[in-house]
Design a protein around this ligand. Structure first.
Ligand code: SF4
Ligand code: SF4
Length: 387
């Protein structure tokens, strides 16, 4: 007869597979091994504007999973794959921006908890034993990749992502804390990055640090999502055409190039409007239009002002006559100063007589000091370029 813990473990694995999860591992709630690295990362200010990460109560809970769910005995870690960036459907419209592949479908903050809740429901039926649980997915103070490594799912690569030797790294993580005792899996102990440096060499903003963390204030993912203010002028060109997140350090990883497979889960179906956003159309999005388009997707986190800020930068980097035309149109109609400031930068980036005329006209009517400073800077840059 099977040990009851093994029976429950097998049941959870089978249910997780049925619900579409690609990887499942079990670990215990001991303090995370990489907590010292996290603390050092905070002490160095690498979390940029994400002050919530440094709140004492959040730091304390990251150090001790018992504070997340008192009495927790087991943490089940699951991974759900999302599409590979190369699987974006072709979209003929130009100029086109880029959205990180994890954000092409439904919001995983809803999808993963819904599926884990169903798993809990089935587990309650199966065990007929009272237990407490807590579900997290990028939504609570836990060091997710540390737990995933301990649960045997993979190793933390030099790009900071969790990499599985059979699947690569295009997946999202979720955690189910349980007060049930289940035998933990073996941690994943090997580092398969070896002497590879591809992610470090390919990162456009050089923000990958030697301890496998990122300098968030320079990372395009942070700059286009969590960052609520202006994108630093010296990094705008490096942002390229990314308007929400960035996949580059995963795209170049040999483990993804060799092992990542297409994802056919309908929740992550790559809608071409999302995977390859049409920049001219996006920059004209009204508040209502933005909400309607992105309401159930991760992109809503950037809010309209952040998203359009990014689209403006992408238009400046993409260039072309159509971009110039729409930038001129939006600089007159856009009500958000943050967005106008980046439209100004984009005009300065494209340059030419039309850009100069548009900027000079804008200067006559602009009242926001941040935007006025951007216009003066752009005009100065263009006059230097002319000389
Ligand atoms: Fe660099 Fe982009 Fe990776 Fe951030 S997400 S570390 S910017 S390659
Ligand atoms: Fe590791 Fe190379 Fe992948 Fe970077 S690109 S995470 S160094 S294997």
């Amino acid at each position: 007869m099977r040990n009851p813990q093994t029976r429950i473990k097998d049941f959870i694995k089978a249910e997780a597979n049925r619900l579409g999860f690609d990887l499942i591992g079990f670990t215990n709630p001991s303090p995370p091994q990489s907590f010292a690295i996290f603390e050092n990362w905070l002490a160095q200010g690498r979390h940029a504007g994400m002050a919530y990460l440094a709140r004492p109560d959040a730091v304390e809970r990251r150090a001790n999973p018992q504070l997340i769910l008192p009495g927790v005995k087991t943490i089940v870690v699951v991974a759900l794959r999302y599409p590979r960036p190369q699987d974006a459907p072709a979209f003929p419209a130009q100029p086109t921006g880029k959205i990180a592949a994890y954000a092409w479908g439904e919001d995983y903050h809803q999808t993963i908890p819904q599926r884990l809740s169903e798993l809990v429901h089935r587990l309650r039926e199966e065990t007929q034993t009272p237990f407490e649980w807590k579900i997290l997915t990028d939504s609570g103070p836990v060091l997710e990749r540390d737990l995933a490594q301990r649960a045997g799912l993979g190793w933390i690569g030099k790009n900071g992502c969790l990499i599985n030797p059979r699947l690569g790294s295009y997946f999202l993580l979720g955690e189910l804390f349980l007060t049930l005792e289940i035998e933990p899996d073996q941690p994943f102990e090997t580092d398969h990055c070896g002497s590879c440096q591809r992610c470090i060499q390919s990162c456009p903003t050089h923000c990958i640090l030697p301890d496998r963390t990122l300098d968030a204030g320079r990372c395009i993912s942070y700059l286009t999502i969590e960052n609520k203010g202006a994108i630093p002028p010296n990094l705008r060109e490096a942002v390229g055409e990314w308007v929400f997140g960035c996949d580059i350090c995963q795209q170049v990883c040999p483990w993804n190039l060799r092992f990542a497979r297409p994802q056919n889960d309908p929740a992550f179906y790559p809608n071409p409007e999302l995977s390859r956003p049409h920049l001219i159309r996006e920059i004209r999005l009204s508040p209502g239009g933005f909400n309607e388009k992105f309401n159930n997707t991760p992109v809503k986190r950037a809010k309209r002002r952040g998203f359009l800020r990014n689209v403006a930068v992408a238009l400046g980097n993409a260039g072309g006559a159509d971009a110039l035309l729409v930038l001129g149109e939006c600089i007159r109609s856009e009500s958000e100063p943050l967005v106008r400031a980046h439209l100004v930068w984009a005009l300065g980036q494209i340059g030419g007589d039309t850009a100069v005329e548009t900027l000079e006209r804008a200067l006559q009517i602009e009242t926001d000091p941040l935007v006025i400073a951007e216009i003066n800077l752009a005009l100065q840059k263009l006059s230097i370029r002319k000389d």
